[in-house]
Write a new protein. Sequence first.
Length: 198
Amino acid sequence: MERPDVRQGVFVDTLWPSAAASRIRECILVLAGSLLVALSAQLQIPLTPVPITAQTFTVLLLAALYGGKRGAATIAAYLALGLVGLPVFAGGTAGLARLLGPTGGYLLGYIPAAFVVGWLSERGWDRRAALTALSMLIGNVLIYLTGTAWLSRFVATESVWEAGVLPFLPGDALKIALATVLLPVAWKVIAHLRSPEA
């Protein structure tokens, strides 16, 4: 019985290969990723108590491109930038108060979501549309779970669904659809460019 195809590495390692784990390369990837998440946080539709941003898409897409550990480290670096006072959170905010506020659970939920989506990508889930969609769905569910658990401290329990999940479902469905197209196509492009006939 043949073993399933488990590829070594993730998209970014294929695009930017390195014979050995370079600390400088890793620092560049983590810093660039955390800044990209910060930029996506500024693309927002202000809602109360949780704004709609492009962050979730960026977090999950980066995780798929980076892998589990690197993806989680990138989100941890992003949160650290906000904690030290850089205006990287939605609306150009920063500080511990943001993490302790209504959106704190969503922000902290990015770490396990990034790890899981990245881990699944390390196992080839980002190469097929159906598995990519499932991976992104799992990541979104993890963010919702931590986000709404924390949000329930600020709004009535019966309002958590309406305040912390329902407004985001259409946008998240669109983001999942976009990732479902982008990731497998990107792998096909790389495979084509690297094929001897290309």
